[in-house]
Design a protein around this ligand. Structure first.
Ligand code: BTN
Length: 335
């Protein structure tokens, strides 16, 4: 029944005209009663579905901010990203969930989505506030066939996908703080936590999980913890309107799939570098590199094909900063 619901909703969403009960029965190999039950279930969930005798059904409107497994599936336009989907109203953190599914054999592109996380995790051991009904929290499993030293580039690929999808969906102009924070008007709207699992011999990647958190419909600064105020914002706060999370998530996945496929062809960022650099904040400006081995400042000159930040130091030396534990700041403000 669950698959039928997603399938029927997808079919209705993608049809410009009425869909007859007969068409749905034949397409999904179910009885008329089964179709009718699913339609009623969707209506109960708040979908406005018009039924006209001899014509069939037509989806008029989805409930406001519908965010469920079937709603997300019905919006997917991908070949592999998100095609296996696990949706939780509430979970600890989608990253360990995704790792567990991957260990059990989940296919490339599997995603875990939650409306709320009770133990959301950020980078550097920080936590990630994850209240219900406001944000996107998801983790995607990828099964790369490349060497572990290429893995850090995936985070840049995800950041690019989010930045471009958010721009298209909201009209806001997005930037990327290297390597992977997505920023709007100088404040963070998205964080990405990538984790890698190696084969027992430790020479190959078994899978990667990339966890993405996007601040979508927080109404004001009050919705963020005191430490984040002034540094984080939401899409709604920036453009003044409620954003459809399912539509945005589907768009992020479509971009990610395209960008990942491009990345896989060359196993470097050559196909994405120009678009990434167009969004890179602080390019040709002074940055401070917080390297555990010693802090220094220089001018950011963009990224190379491996996703490393090119920094020209005052003494003329050019340093390639690897996207590991190093943090880079603009000299003023959050970015
Ligand atoms: C950061 O510190 O910038 C990274 C934040 C990553 C948050 C996302 S939300 C979905 C996934 N599950 C988690 O617990 N963390 C990531």
């Amino acid at each position: 029944m669950r698959t039928d619901k997603s399938d029927i909703l997808t079919w209705l969403r993608n049809s410009e005209d009425y869909v007859s009960g007969q068409q749905l029965c034949e397409r999904f190999g179910v009885s008329r009663t089964a179709v009718w039950k699913v339609i009623n279930q969707l209506k109960e969930e708040g979908y406005t579905i018009e039924s006209v005798s001899r014509k069939g059904y037509r989806l008029v409107e989805s409930p406001a901010d519908a965010y469920s497994e079937s709603e997300i599936i019905s919006r997917l336009q991908t070949k592999w990203a998100g095609r296996t989907l696990h949706f939780f109203e509430s979970t600890g953190s989608t990253n360990p969930d995704a790792k567990r599914f991957a260990e059990e054999g989940a296919p490339h592109g599997t995603i875990v989505v939650a409306d709320r996380q009770t133990a959301g995790r950020g980078r550097r051991g920080r936590s990630w506030e994850s209240p219900a009904g406001k944000s996107i929290y998801f983790t995607i499993v990828v099964r790369p066939e490349f060497e572990p030293d290429k893995a850090s580039m995936i985070t840049l690929v995800v950041a690019l996908a989010v930045a471009e999808a958010v721009r298209e969906e909201t009209g806001l102009s997005t930037g990327i703080k290297w390597p992977n924070d997505v920023v709007v008007n100088g404040k963070k709207i998205c964080g990405i936590l990538t984790e890698m699992s190696m084969t027992p011999e430790m020479n190959e990647i078994q899978f990667l999980v990339a966890g993405v958190g996007v601040n979508v419909n927080q109404d004001s600064e009050e919705d963020f913890t005191p430490e984040l105020r002034g540094r984080a914002t939401s899409l709604k706060m920036e453009n003044g309107r409620q954003i459809d999370r399912a539509a945005l998530l589907a768009r992020i996945l479509r971009h990610f799939e395209e960008d990942y496929d491009l990345f896989e062809k060359t196993l470097d960022l050559s196909g994405l570098q120009e678009r990434y650099e167009a969004l890179l904040l602080g390019k040709d400006n002074r940055v401070r590199v917080l390297d555990p081995a010693g802090e220094y400042t220089g001018i950011s000159r963009g990224i190379n094909g491996m996703g490393e930040l090119i920094v020209e130091k005052e003494d003329g030396e050019t340093v390639l900063v690897y996207a590991g534990e190093v943090s880079v700041r603009g000299l003023y403000g959050y970015t």
